[in-house]
Ligand binder design. Sequence first.
Ligand SMILES: [Zn+2]
Ligand SMILES: [Zn+2]
Length: 246
Amino acid sequence: MAVSVRFVGSGDSFGSGGRFQTCILVDGPSSRFAIDFGASSLIALTQQGIEHNSIDAIVLTHLHGDHCGGVPFLLIDAMLGAKRTRPLTIAGPRDLQRRMDVMREALFPGSKMMTPKFGLTWLEMQPGRPHEILDLIVTPQAARHTAETNPTAVRVEVGGKVVAYTGDTEWTDDVAKVAAGADLLIAESYFFDKPVKWHLNYHDIAERRDRLGARRVILTHMSREMLSHVDDVPDECAHDGLVVTV
Ligand SMILES: [Zn+2]
Ligand SMILES: [Zn+2]
């Protein structure tokens, strides 16, 4: 079964290259889900002609704003202008719901009075364990990134395919587990040369590429420095609006 993956946002936190923050939209046989949903994701989806009401689930890797900060905007629009009726599942790391409630109230003071008229399910996932979400099986693994974000990398089984995403992390054996045998590994490549604490750079992935066991690797979450090397590297690099079939 073909699974379609769209890089709605392929940028870093800071607008490098004019790119939107992380949002990866996946269409499986019977559901549409987003992996991460950065603060700019509603704008990116609208620009690409996609209704956010069509998303069945959101899977979040960690609690940095460039990966989850769009959720409060989506929820408030879903309750007001977009008048969502379709149920929505939001899955992510430990303490997800409490932290997202705090984020929503910080961005839209007073919005805690609003309650959705659609079914809203929060799922806090445990690293190392598979979780059934609609027709997906999502297995997060602990990542090595800012500890306060409860960071994970994720492996998603959908329609007989495996889509894996490193999230933001240094390389670890647990991150290698999400990549093993994946049909598509989406890997952070924050910098080209510069080693950065809590992130992957180009060489971290390139040196391991042949041993990863992933059929296809696409690099994303690129800084200005990495973007200046995109045309020189042999690897596939994401751009906003890129759609691939796995
Ligand atoms: Zn990030
Ligand atoms: Zn991060």
